[in-house]
Design a protein. Structure first.
Length: 397
């Protein structure tokens, strides 16, 4: 264990994920999750030295602070206070102001506050985590790492919506993109795997988890990505619809649907869940499909077809391609989904390496296909957003 431990916090409206990361080795000596905040069932669980623990959080409010108090207790028991050098916060939206990770001060807090309306569910929750951690660790520097920051290099042709520029000027409506930390990490790892300088490489990174996005990365910089003004855009996801004809919203409103009903459906009842009628979880959908469930098969087909369409379309953003990179829970583990996406890309010359595809699962990286035509490979690289956050903190110090 090195002398540079960073407590990484990912604070949601009703949850708090945390990890104690060694910024040099990437080892996580402690990982945990607080959940059901605001409910009587609020609790926090964690894994320390391979052992699982859980405790209830009392009361009905202030659960972010109560969870952080529990984390302080654990860190004290681990006797690592002297090696804990920083707290790193994942912040969902940095707008146009934050194109890089920053040390948190009052000015940064004000900045995150000011762009709250861009991420009304996420940024206030992130701020709750920041305030609780600043109270608990007053002597430690705190840093914010933004999900949108990596995509701030997108050119105007990629981030501008085909709408009146007034909407951009007045409200900041444009493509921001998310999952930046993950796309950043896997592109750096891919360059290492291929023995190429990252600033002379071209990748299409495909993050497939509960949320999903594709990113075109030219010379190490994001030049286009499929999530947009919000994380609802782009690919089909666990419960989100992805790209959708905006005319559907008007149609449903005329049918008497309220704004809440429409957006609840598009955010929480669509994607794998909506199409399959079985589950938002890819594993549940794959199991049902194997048993002959037609909705599950349709969800599988729609999902894999859309991912392939995005990959093919992102060739437009690049001069050449070194690798398509699969990551996220589905991208790192699901052999049949990766296989189907590659099959859909046959016109680009991708030929699966079946053994490679079988081996690159459950935490193992590897090459799973090759296209002689493009001179490119397909890789699987497990993402590690916590490590990027920890390293950013240490680098900024
Ligand atoms: P999040 O976006 O919440 O971080 P993850 O990256 O953990 O999510 O991805 C969750 C998704 O990964 C779920 O749909 C889950 O079913 C899928 N997944 C995890 N393991 C497997 C597996 N072995 N096979 C297929 N899908 C898997």
């Amino acid at each position: 264990m090195s002398n540079k431990l960073v407590l990484v916090l990912n604070s949601g409206s009703s949850s708090l994920k945390f990890a104690l990361i060694d910024a040099e080795t990437g080892a996580a000596s402690l990982t945990g999750l607080g959940e059901c905040f605001g409910l009587a069932d609020a609790r926090i669980s964690w894994k320390l030295n391979g052992e699982k623990h859980e405790t209830q959080l009392p009361g009905l409010d202030d659960h972010h602070q109560k969870a952080i108090d529990v984390i302080v207790g654990i860190v004290n028991e681990m006797q690592v206070e002297d090696r804990l050098v920083a707290v790193g916060h994942r912040v969902v939206h940095g707008g146009e102001r934050f194109a890089k990770s920053v040390r948190i001060d009052q000015d940064v807090i004000n900045g995150i506050n000011e762009i709250q309306d861009l991420a009304p569910l996420h940024n206030p929750a992130n701020l709750m985590g920041i305030h609780a951690a600043m109270a608990a660790f007053p002597a430690l520097p705190q840093f914010a790492v933004f999900d949108t920051a990596f995509h701030q290099t997108m050119p105007p042709k990629a981030f501008t919506g085909a709408i009146a520029t007034e909407l951009y000027e007045k409200y900041g409506i444009r493509r921001y993109g998310f999952h930046g930390t993950s796309h950043y990490y896997v592109s750096r790892e891919a360059a290492k795997m291929l023995n190429k300088p990252v600033d002379e490489s071209n990748f299409i990174s495909v993050h497939l988890g509960n949320g999903a996005s594709v990113c075109a990365i030219h010379n190490g910089q994001s030049v286009d990505t499929s999530m947009g003004f919000t994380p609802l855009a782009g690919l089909m996801m666990g419960t989100r619809c992805g790209d959708l004809d905006p005319g559907i919203i008007e149609f449903l409103m005329k049918k008497g649907w309220s704004q809440d009903e429409i957006f609840n459906t598009l955010n929480k009842k669509s994607g794998f869940l909506g199409v399959s009628g079985v589950s938002s979880d890819a594993r549940g959908v794959l199991e049902a499909m194997e048993q002959g469930h037609e909705g599950a098969k349709l969800a599988f087909d729609v999902f894999t077809y859309r991912v392939a369409k995005y990959i093919a379309s992102y060739l437009v953003a690049l001069d050449s391609l070194d690798a398509v990179i699969f990551t996220g829970g589905i991208g790192e583990n699901s052999l049949p989904i990766r296989r189907e996406i590659l099959k859909n890309l046959k016109l680009l010359g991708f030929v699966e390496d079946e053994k490679g595809n079988e081996d690159a699962r459950f935490g193992a990286a590897g090459q799973i296909a090759k296209s002689e035509m493009l001179g490119a490979v397909a890789l699987v690289i497990p993402t590690n957003e916590e490590l990027v956050i920890a390293q950013d903190c240490v680098n900024l110090m």
